[in-house]
Write a protein of this length. Structure first.
Length: 615
């Protein structure tokens, strides 16, 4: 982490460390401060530099036994650890079409990112990272920045000319227990035992070999028996013989391929006007389950190996021709839920001209698999491994706080997530202990996901959101409510700008005590009074706001009742429940993608989902 462009946390002593020949003297100089130390018998050395106010740039010089190193453009500012899973890892390159203006401005020397290498270790906490480097934000480097962290940093620099160092330690698909230390996992012996099990290198090698071979064998066999590859269906002339019809976008069950595993080929003809073929074009196909290879007029224009990335392929000038053209997709379905995601851009376009591709397509099965593709084994998802390799080496590096976006991968154990998450937060706070205050830990609450549904206590995502809300009882925590920032058909919603801004608002409130920010209305109490349910809220700002008639769900006599609610004050919601007997519970926005989420404060920040017992 010591390198050109680095950011040291201001206001506290900061370490500089390294390796050299045992017994030699090392000298460290930063501006007018010099420190020396003798290298220990293990070849390691460390000095502490005095705390400084935000500022820079300056140079850090290190020398030992005639060798010299110089690190330029060093800043003092605020360092934020940015961790979690794919929605924190998601890079700006994915959002070029959504926020093109981010690449148009000059370099931003106040914002820097350090990318922690993605590694795991089950032998114990490491002392050092294996690599990584600092990048100063510019049009040339922005592609690799965490999108949520970038927008967070931009917001944090508004009105504060302070450098922001983003330490990007995130990995897609990882549950919270992978990021937990042995101390934090001690209350969960079953998970601790799993992590300990993978400390055996022979077992890891055996698992990796078996898993990798099974997956490779599945794909190889499928390729061998795929008639479409053998007969080059991407080049076949248009004919409806032996090809069925289906509609895209949509899942393949509409073509009678329920539970289908294997390869399905899809094709359709389309026409482009004169001049279209003379320009570069872009082909957007939403997302596809699971892997695809796409051909235009017999030429491959792109391929993607798994379901989540958006399919955005370039079609070079000259490949299209005036009049009829053909697109062919080879789609491999791994586990029986193949399809093309609905409600996503599905078109070919160049400049202002666009060809919509939704509608009737021809399809034909190239190969059927006898069983689903075996699941890949991911060591990065096992308890403790990521903490040891990616977090432990940084614990002596002071930071201002942590921003966190994670939870999706704990859906299967949403009931225990609250305990895991709380233990995780407290442990990181204790291990990055600040002398002046508790370490701020700010997190994003999960947005909507899947198709809209009514309030239902069986919702796993609602349970995860509740666990996240309950973590606000831990000192120095803050939450960005993101309920309205999701996409029902995308686990990785694009609006990371608003996510970053809300994380920044929570960080300003938590780290700096700013009072002009709030997470959105938060239920304070629920009472029943003469046939009326009265709900009072905190964090309402200038008052509650509803985009349309709000509703809540009241459970009475074991049945759910969807009832209208009325705003009767800046912090008061009233519900007529005179027609119900024995009301026991009230729910709001309690589903993976709740239909009823009409309420916010005047600033547009959504009400925090809640469930509360009555009586």
């Amino acid at each position: 982490m010591i390198g050109d462009g680095m950011v040291f946390q201001s206001g506290v002593e900061v370490p500089v460390w390294g390796r050299a020949a045992p017994g030699t003297w090392v000298s460290v100089k930063l501006e007018n401060e010099s420190r020396s130390t003798r290298v220990g018998p293990d070849g390691k050395w460390r000095v502490m530099l005095q705390g400084r106010d935000p500022g820079g740039p300056c140079e850090l010089k290190v020398s030992a036994a005639g060798e010299k190193a110089r690190f330029r453009d060093v800043r003092f500012g605020d360092v934020w650890i940015c961790s979690g899973q794919s929605n924190m890892e998601m890079e700006m390159r994915r959002l070029r079409d959504d926020f093109p203006e981010e690449w148009e401005g000059p370099p931003n020397p106040l914002v820097r990112q350090f990318r922690v290498p993605q590694e795991w270790d089950f032998s114990g906490p490491r002392d050092e990272l294996s690599g990584g480097e600092w990048s100063v934000a510019s049009a040339e480097t922005l592609d690799g920045f965490s999108a949520a962290a970038w927008f967070f940093a931009k917001e944090m620099t508004k009105g504060r000319e302070t450098a922001i160092g983003l330490v990007n330690a995130a990995w897609g698909g990882t549950p919270v227990e992978a990021w937990m230390s042995r101390d934090a996992l001690s209350a969960f012996p079953e998970k601790l035992a799993v992590g300990d099990r993978y400390g055996n290198p022979s077992l890891r090698a055996e698992i990796s070999g078996r898993s990798g071979k099974a997956i490779a064998d599945w794909h190889e066999k499928l390729s061998i028996v795929d008639r479409g590859l053998c007969e080059r269906w991407q080049n076949q002339p248009a004919s409806f013989t032996q090809w069925g019809r289906t509609r895209l976008p949509g899942d393949f069950s509409s073509a009678g391929l329920d539970g289908f595993c294997g390869v399905v080929w899809l094709r359709r003809e389309f026409e482009v006007p004169a001049g279209f073929s003379e320009r570069d074009a872009r082909l957007w196909l939403g997302t596809i389950t699971d892997a695809d290879t796409v051909f235009v007029n017999g030429t491959k224009v792109g391929e993607t190996g798994y379901r989540y990335p958006p399919r955005k392929y370039e079609v070079p000038a000259g490949l299209l021709r005036e009049g009829k053209n053909r697109i062919v997709m080879r789609v491999a379905c791994f586990r029986g839920d193949g399809g093309v995601t609905e409600d996503k851009p599905f078109r070919l376009f160049s400049g202002d001209e666009c060809v919509e591709l939704g509608g009737v397509w021809e399809y034909r099965v190239g190969a059927r698999a006898a069983k689903p593709c075996p699941d890949e084994f991911f060591f990065q998802r096992q308890p403790g491994g990521l903490f040891n390799a990616m977090i432990a080496p940084m614990l002596d590096f002071p930071c201002r706080g942590i921003i966190w976006y994670q939870g999706e991968s704990n859906e299967s154990n949403a009931g225990e997530y609250g305990e895991l998450f709380a233990s995780h937060i407290k442990d990181w706070q204790s291990k990055w202990k600040r002398a002046d205050s508790e370490l701020p830990f700010v997190f994003a609450q999960l947005p909507v996901w899947r198709g809209p549904g009514e309030n239902d206590e069986s919702s796993s995502w609602a349970a995860l959101r509740e666990a996240q809300r309950e973590a606000l009882s831990i000192p120095s925590t803050g939450m960005a409510v993101c309920l309205d920032l999701g996409e029902w058909n995308d686990l990785h919603p694009a609006n990371k700008k608003a996510v970053g801004q809300r994380l920044a608002a929570a960080a300003r409130r938590t780290a700096f005590g700013e009072k002009n920010t709030s997470p959105g209305p938060l239920l304070r109490e629920a009472t029943v009074d003469e046939g009326r349910l009265l709900l009072r809220f905190d964090n309402c700002g200038k008052g509650l706001f509803a985009c349309e008639q709000p509703h809540v769900t009241v459970v009475a006599d074991g049945n759910r009742h969807r009832l209208p609610a009325d705003i009767e004050g800046p912090d008061l919601l009233a519900v007529d429940i005179s027609g119900l007997s024995n009301p026991t519970k009230v729910l709001y926005a309690w589903a993976d993608n709740p239909l009823d989420r009409q309420l916010s404060n005047a600033k547009g920040l959504p009400m925090v989902p809640f469930r509360a017992n009555l009586g």
